[in-house]
Design a protein around this ligand. Structure first.
Ligand SMILES: C[S@@+](CC[C@H](N)C(=O)[O-])C[C@H]1O[C@@H](n2cnc3c(N)ncnc32)[C@H](O)[C@@H]1O
Length: 224
């Protein structure tokens, strides 16, 4: 049986770090229904891809790409000369991404089945999309791995759940339920882009849905 997500706070009172085995189990169970569940968030996906400012012929990393729901939008922005590199650790999610790529006949999509914190790819992309990838953003090694595969000046857009203001009790109850389903840690939900920002410098962040969702964007500095 798949490992259950670790939810309880340990003795120190801190939320646990992301749990790889739990995440793999979570998305093995969710893969078949994932695309339907995400339908309500498609406007946010469109906004995230638009904010990447992709140009024809560029290369984009789709970090924790899931079933490849962003590929169509990325493909449209990059054109046939562009490249999409999708990294994903869930075999079941990536199988669906593979099928999507085959069905569409896209030849410029490379899929890598790996935890982001360990992935290897020979190249440096022009942009990275981290759409609803909370567990990835909470792991220093994963964030470093993403940045190691981006060129100076590359654009990054991260989106996802976050805690709404304290007074929005019902909204935060909904965030908790959604996070329970899609992440393995509640740690960092106050400012999910914190690790990324610590490495690349100030990001522009906008909140959506009464503060329950964020869109953060930044640029890899040239001195990294
Ligand atoms: C909410 S889904 C988002 C999928 C996709 N980015 C999208 O926009 O639909 C989170 C994804 O992150 C993947 N994931 C979580 N932790 C990961 C890690 N450390 N390395 C690679 N993938 C990871 C999960 O398997 C899942 O597919």
């Amino acid at each position: 049986m798949a490992a259950a997500p670790r939810r309880g706070k340990p003795a120190g009172g801190r939320d646990p770090a992301p749990d790889r085995a739990a995440a793999i189990g979570q998305y093995r169970r969710r893969a078949a229904t994932y695309d339907l569940e995400l339908a309500a968030f498609e406007p946010l996906r469109r906004e995230a891809v638009r904010r990447l400012g992709l140009r024809p012929g560029e290369t984009v990393l789709d970090v924790a790409c899931g079933t490849g729901l962003s590929f169509g939008l990325l493909h449209a922005a990059l054109g046939p000369q562009g490249r999409i590199v999708g990294v994903e650790q869930s075999h079941e999610m990536l199988e669906r991404a593979r099928r999507r790529v085959a069905d569409e006949g896209w030849h410029h999509v490379e899929l890598i089945e790996s935890p982001v914190e360990d992935f290897a790819w020979r190249g440096r992309a022009d942009a990275a999309l981290l759409h609803f990838t909370h567990d990835v953003l909470q792991q220093p090694r994963a964030v470093d791995r993403v940045l190691a595969h981006l060129r100076p000046g590359a654009r990054i857009v991260a989106t996802g759940l976050k805690w709404a203001p304290r007074w929005a009790l019902a909204v935060n109850a909904a965030v908790r339920v959604a996070a329970w389903r899609s992440t393995t840690t509640l740690a960092g939900l106050d400012r999910p882009w914190r690790l990324l920002e610590a490495r690349i410098g100030p990001m522009t962040v906008e909140a959506r849905l009464v503060g329950a969702v964020y869109v953060a964007q930044g640029v890899v500095p040239s001195h990294r």
